[in-house]
Design a protein around this ligand. Structure first.
Ligand code: TXA
Ligand code: MG
Length: 328
């Protein structure tokens, strides 16, 4: 049921099958030089939510977006001079840069977990050819179930996710076998968000600047999950609302109406047909809609705490968490 194609013996067939599968909104396991990635079209919310679903991710961590060349990267993010220098020196390669997203970017908010920055890199090897051919960026975390180690061979991927996946591209063992190094440049500070396949010393040598290591406390905040306030809408958020108060925006699920709805500023339904994947895809966009309207409060109706619902609730809880102003 899972098709495995060897890219070394059948590159054309592998490219064609990958593009066809991606265009259907399905994830494909692709070989990158770091680890095998679970790749999906970064502009397609349904495809991205399938990544979270397949990995069983407890929450929507931002995903790294993979592009084919610097021109493609420039379409989605703005480069500061230091980041550009790093990109020119180390791409394609095991370096992810966290950069501000451009306004016209059509990367879906589910891929970057609603952040206004994007983790982006150009991978080495066959995965790059796939992106070149497909013509759109691919969001890809490591192709493993959440909590397991990253796969460095097609066999690892098949053992873990086989059966769930339509297609695995096999290019042999990953060259790097360790995830990319993640760097964020803030003004003239170069910050390490995650150590990885690119040696930090090489970055220091190129730039002539020290790379700031994560403080143990700060690291947890900066890398996965990020700060709650990053995800938070401007509006206050009421969870699991039993009714609607006048002037609130109601975001509900499964067509389930709530008392007082007629007094809502407006009502959005994450998925009238109770499809959690559709709900996940709509979540960030709907919170943004409520904010754009200027709502003081968003009331969320009940959402089933199962499958992707767990991740959706986690995101809403973060949005509802008290704002400590740690980072605006
Ligand atoms: O080598 C790699 O980086 C592999 C291959 C497939 O490219 N990918 C990978 O992705 O390791 P993943 O999803 O397992 O790890 C992504 C990390 C997470 O820790 C996430 O928090 C961080 O990148 N990240 C992504 N976008 C970010 C952003 N905008 N700001 C801060 N951190 C970000
Ligand atoms: Mg991973």
């Amino acid at each position: 049921m899972t098709l495995i194609i060897d890219t070394r013996t059948e590159p054309e067939r592998a490219l064609a099958a990958a593009c066809e599968t991606l265009a259907q909104g399905l994830p494909v396991a692709i070989p990158t030089e770091t680890v095998y990635g679970l790749a999906a079209d970064a502009t397609n919310p349904d495809a991205i939510s399938r990544i979270y679903e397949m990995k069983g991710r407890p929450r929507f961590n931002p995903l790294i977006c993979h592009v084919a060349d610097l021109d493609m990267a420039r379409h989605y993010v703005d480069f500061d001079p230091i980041s550009l220098k790093l990109a020119q020196a180390f791409w394609p390669g095991p370096l992810t840069l966290v950069l501000p997203m451009r306004p016209q970017s059509d990367i879906h908010p589910l891929a970057c977990a609603g952040l206004d920055t994007l983790g982006i890199r150009i991978p080495e090897g066959f995965s790059r050819s796939v992106i070149e051919r497909y013509g759109k960026p691919l969001a890809a975390p490591s192709a493993n179930t959440s909590g397991k180690i990253s796969p460095t061979s097609a066999e690892h991927v098949a053992a873990d996710l086989g059966g769930k996946l339509a297609l695995i591209l096999d290019a042999g063992p990953a060259e790097i076998g360790l995830e990319s190094t993640i760097i964020k440049v803030d003004g003239d500070e170069i910050r390490l968000l995650r150590p990885g396949g690119l040696d930090v010393a090489d970055i220091e040598k190129l730039t002539g600047r020290p790379v700031l290591r994560p403080q143990t406390a700060g690291a947890a905040i900066e890398a996965p999950g990020m700060l709650a306030s990053h995800y938070a809408p401007a509006a206050a958020v009421r969870l699991n609302a039993a009714d609607v108060r006048p002037g609130e925006v109601l975001i509900r699920f499964g067509g389930k109406t709530l008392p007082g709805e007629e007094n809502a500023a407006f009502v959005l339904d994450l998925s009238p047909s109770s499809n959690l994947r559709e709900a996940a895809a709509n979540l960030f966009a709907y919170m943004k809609k409520a904010d754009a309207f200027g709502a003081a409060t968003i009331a969320f109706g009940p959402i089933p705490n199962e499958g992707l619902g767990e991740a959706i609730i986690d995101r809403i809880e973060r949005a509802a968490a008290p704002r400590d102003g740690a980072e605006a």
